[in-house]
Design a protein around this ligand. Structure first.
Ligand code: FAD
Length: 395
């Protein structure tokens, strides 16, 4: 689908071509032409003074009976016996939405051997915890997990369903949304609710250049995923209840059999979970110098992050990038080494408890957000710091 141009109104003035952020509009002899790169953002519609461009009707379809849907749900991720922290973070956000709507907040857990799991979630504001405890859910598979969650949603009809944008959430939540015929906004950074009960789902768009607020007016539930560490958990016990739920076995079928689960050992995957992150930027000068940061991170049992500057130089894999278009992190200690502290970097790490900046430029903006600043040449400071740590650790 793409924007529609009315040949009787278009004057081929070219304004739409200039404003199109997707470069999807070109000018033919007498009128603008829209390519399949169109993202239906509507900027051309807003700027065309001749009213020559319109958007096709999208996303309406048969309207759900909105009044039948009530309550806010949070999918609380459980992995091999352990709850993921994103569940309690989303309960904090869900509590605010539920209070504004005057409805119940429920956490949903899918897994096996869930004894004690409900009790771990209740302090974070849930009115109830729905537990689906089945051997078929002992290991994550897309089909069984999406089948179970879809079935619960069909039975109980929540108006909002939130989930973590984790590897597991990203994998099966879109399948749940598609199965229910509703919309999903991925990687939201902010959630709010309108007076009419529309979930206002804000997320970066167009490479982080604009913040878009997305609504799902016609279908229910309104579904959104949020990255870990974007929201803050709030301790708010409500004396909630725990309800075991039993979906029919046919909803739990999967064509995938999990034979073995091998824990991830790569530090990259630990970036969002790490308590200590040592991040490097262009000040590192070349790829080989990241070995210094790896050595330091290892000594502090931490992970290595990077600025986009360092990633763009090709010195480190993009999976290490912290920031607006990288990962959002909130470790206890964030050591920023030889990076300037551009706003796009800072938005991804400003939730860190202690930020230590090492930079030789006293005017580097990273010092504005740092708890402690070290004005030094990193090639002198970091090796000295490593030596000191080794001494203290008896190495
Ligand atoms: P620079 O800005 O070049 O800073 C290098 C720093 O190293 C300087 O402060 C310098 O004083 C210091 N230095 C140099 N040598 C030494 C030394 N020997 N000892 C100590 N200090 C030294 N950036 C991100 O990081 N993450 C993002 O997610 C991100 N997303 C973006 C999205 C958009 C839409 C845009 C437009 C930009 C984005 N950026 C992002 C890029 C961002 O604007 C900056 O360009 C980038 O962060 C700069 O990287 P840097 O700090 O490593 O490099």
């Amino acid at each position: 689908m793409k924007a529609l141009v009315d040949p009787n109104k278009c004057t081929a003035c070219g304004v739409c071509e200039e404003v199109c952020p997707a470069s999807a509009i070109t000018l033919a002899a007498t009128m603008a032409q829209v390519s399949d790169d169109c993202t239906l953002c509507g900027m051309c519609v807003d700027t065309c003074e001749f009213g020559a461009i319109s958007l096709p009707e999208v996303g309406t379809g048969p309207m759900a009976n909105l009044a039948d849907y009530r309550g806010v749900w949070v999918y609380a991720e459980w992995r091999e016996g352990v709850l993921h922290r994103v569940g309690s973070e989303l309960l904090g956000a869900g509590r605010k939405l539920a209070d504004k709507r005057g409805v119940e907040l429920s956490a949903v857990v899918l897994g096996h051997c869930l004894d004690g799991i409900g009790e771990q979630l209740l302090p974070y504001g849930a009115d109830r915890v729905l537990l689906v405890d089945r051997p078929e859910l002992a290991h994550f598979t897309d089909e069984a997990y999406s089948g179970a969650l879809r079935e619960l949603v069909r039975r109980e009809r929540p108006e909002i369903l939130l989930a973590g944008a984790t590897a597991i959430g990203r994998s099966f939540i879109p399948r749940v949304a598609a199965g229910l015929g509703t919309g999903l906004t991925a990687d939201c950074t902010e959630l709010d609710i309108s007076a009419e009960g529309l979930l206002l789902q804000t997320r970066p768009a167009f490479g982080g250049n604009v913040m878009a607020t997305i609504v799902c007016p016609h279908r229910r539930p309104q579904m959104a995923t949020v990255r870990p560490k974007v929201m803050k958990p709030t301790v708010d016990p409500r004396g909630g209840r725990i309800e075991p739920v039993e979906p029919p076995p046919e909803c739990l079928q999967s064509r995938v059999e999990v034979l073995e689960v091998i824990p991830e050992r790569d530090a990259t995957a630990r970036l969002t979970e790490a308590d200590v992150i040592v991040s490097g930027g262009r000040g590192l000068k070349k790829a080989e110098n990241f070995a210094l940061l790896e050595q330091l991170a290892q000594l502090m049992n931490g992970a290595v992050g990077a600025s986009r500057g360092a990633v763009e130089e090709g010195w480190i894999d993009p999976s290490h990038q912290v920031g607006q278009t990288g990962r959002t992190v909130a470790p206890t200690l964030y050591l920023a080494v030889g990076l300037s502290g551009a706003i796009q970097h800072v938005v991804g790490m400003q939730g860190s408890q202690i930020i230590v900046a090492v930079n030789k430029d006293p005017n580097a903006p990273i010092f504005d957000v740092a708890s402690y600043g070290v004005r030094a040449d990193l090639f002198e400071f970091i090796p000295a710091f490593i030596r000191k740590l080794k001494q203290e650790q008896g190495g």
